[in-house]
Design a protein around this ligand. Structure first.
Ligand code: AMP
Length: 540
């Protein structure tokens, strides 16, 4: 990291709601935090939890823990207590760095004594903020500051940094030393930690640098809205941003209006996000107007980018919106739309980044590689692919075939090597003997002029086995009923793909990183079905 930002010491590294930190200051804070962690016994083999939103503490703590040779364990501050406990137990963290926000602290403070967690380092939110408080406190909804007990378990961030800032050098093998435990797979039982080595993370940064030749080192401003605790932001906003000496514009929580105002105020040039964020920004921008012309490149990832959304966003903002594909297990970037003049194909996530091979394997026999144009499971090889899951030898074994990572995603490669995603294997709807891909239905829904966002899931169906149901959020100021939209779909889908119902909602559920959440809708529908069944039995 030091090497990447040499020469940029006087340039801003971070803007947090108007408070700036230079790269020189950032480096010195990292050294002091690293020394402080080493004084607490942190070193190779230690796990350090970070339970923080996007703020300067996250950036300092992340690089300090890595410099000390420890493994960073990312916690989502919105986890409920049960999830925090499961991750703390599984990862074995001995240190947790968190905020003095009452809600977050209430959950974190239940962990010492029940897990290996020995020390909680508490960062004061007010210390990271500029002086114009009232409005910002409102935004952050953090007027309730935690009362931290007077106990040796707790230590303040200031106290951690009270030292000479001269950490002991640490020797590591970058290929085997685990830099990050990235928890994933929470939708299917207990989450498991993808072990990402220093080599994996640095490789993905170098691959990203190779991919964007138009980037101007030391001159870009990176809008970091998606949370760093998710792998996409960790690499594409933070690690990549730092590697090109960009100024990171940190936004601690997603609020479309705050983001648009931040764009107008700070004039960022790069904007990685998930599709729902771009869509929400468009809605607000219609209303607020304001100049967003500073944006040069948007990098969409994490979920399908509807072709309609890409086109509207580019047309309204003038920002080129490119799409990438990857997962926690691949640090995450594996494919991306080309930036070097090769064509960008509509609906494709592009070509593999350098050093990466994509194989599409037979859904019936994963040892067989499918020819171009045929669908199958996407498998990935490359320097960014994890070595395995922490303490999960069986899952690790099952997630590789002949050395390639099995992604659980269905797709195909065209004759020019472009990857097209079809869907996730577990989202495919088995409808009357046919495979119905929710994404095909979603793309058709996005073509309706009133549709802002859409999710399709499969529900049990007495007649067809499973049948698709669609959930839709409408664009502000438009009107359409579920029946209107069904009528529209008849011209865009085959009979089997037509959803059983289109339900209009004011909003759709999202995951922590902002992706639309099929899981939440499945759970809701399952609860409704159970309730229905209970009523039927009662009346019988
Ligand atoms: P995560 O590990 O939470 O980053 O989730 C990874 C999953 O997100 C992948 O396995 C894909 O199913 C999905 N995903 C990532 N990028 C895209 C994309 N560009 N289009 C569609 N799905 C994506």
């Amino acid at each position: 990291m030091e090497a990447a930002v040499r020469g940029f010491e006087d340039r801003p590294a971070m803007d947090f709601l108007g408070r700036k930190t230079s790269y020189g200051e950032l480096l010195s804070q990292i050294d002091r935090a690293c020394r402080g962690l080493q004084d607490l016994g942190v070193g190779p083999g230690s796990q350090v939890g970070l339970c923080l939103p996007n703020c300067p503490y996250y950036v300092v703590a992340y690089y300090a823990a890595l410099k000390a040779g420890a493994t960073v364990v990312n916690f989502n501050p919105l986890y409920v207590e049960r999830e925090m406990l499961a991750l703390a137990q599984d990862s074995g963290i001995s240190i947790m760095i968190t905020l003095d926000n009452a809600e977050i602290f209430a959950k974190v403070s239940t962990l010492p004594g029940r897990t290996a967690l020995e020390k909680v380092i508490v960062c004061p939110l007010s210390g990271a903020l500029p002086m114009i408080k009232g409005f910002l406190h409102d935004i952050l909804k953090s007027s309730n500051v935690a009362r931290v007990p007077d106990s040796p378990v707790y230590m303040t961030w200031q106290c951690l940094l009270e030292n000479d800032g001269a950490p002991d050098p640490v020797k590591l093998d970058p290929k085997t030393a685990v830099a990050v435990f990235q928890y994933t797979g929470g939708t299917t039982g207990l989450p498991k930690a993808a072990m990402l080595s220093h080599f994996n993370l640095v490789s993905n940064v170098i691959q990203s640098q190779d991919w964007f030749p138009e980037i101007r080192r030391g001159e870009e401003r990176m809008l970091a809205v998606i949370p760093f605790f998710h792998v996409f932001a960790m690499t594409s906003a933070m690690n990549y941003g730092v590697s090109i000496g960009a100024e990171l514009v940190l936004v601690p929580r997603f609020d479309a209006e705050l983001v648009v105002r931040t764009i107008i105020r700070t004039r960022p040039t790069l904007f990685p996000a998930v599709p729902t964020v771009y869509s929400a920004i468009l809605d607000v921008h219609e209303r607020l107007k304001g100049d967003m012309s500073s944006l040069r490149f948007g990098m969409s990832g994490g979920a399908p980018l509807p072709v309609e959304l890409k086109e509207t966003f580019e047309q309204k903002t003038g920002c080129r919106l490119m799409e990438g594909y990857g997962l926690s297990e691949t640090s995450p970037v594996a494919c991306c739309n080309p930036f070097d003049g090769r064509p960008v194909k509509a609906g494709s996530v592009g070509l593999p980044v350098p050093g990466t091979t994509i194989e599409v394997r037979s859904p019936h026999d994963p040892e067989v590689i499918m020819p171009a144009g045929e669908k199958g499971e996407i498998c990935i090889r490359g320097p960014q692919v994890m070595s395995g899951y922490w303490n999960r030898p069986e899952e690790t074994h099952d997630s590789f075939v002949q050395g390639a990572l099995r992604t659980g995603d269905v797709g195909y490669i065209d004759s020019e090597g472009y990857l097209f995603l079809v869907d996730r294997i577990k989202d495919v709807i088995l409808c009357g003997g046919y495979n119905v891909y929710p994404r095909v239905i979603e793309e058709a829904l996005y073509r309706h002029p009133a549709v802002a966002e859409a999710i399709v899931i499969g529900l049990p169906d007495d007649y067809r086995g499973e049948a698709p149901k669609a959930f839709v959020r409408l664009l502000p100021g438009t009107e359409a009923s579920g029946e209107d939209i069904l009528e529209f779909l008849k011209d865009h889908l085959n009979r089997i793909e037509i959803p059983r119902e289109v339900e209009i909602r004011d909003d759709l559920p999202r995951t922590a990183v902002g992706k639309l959440s099929k899981r939440a809708l499945r759970e809701e529908e399952a609860a409704l079905a159970r309730e229905e069944e209970r009523r039927r039995q009662k009346n019988a």
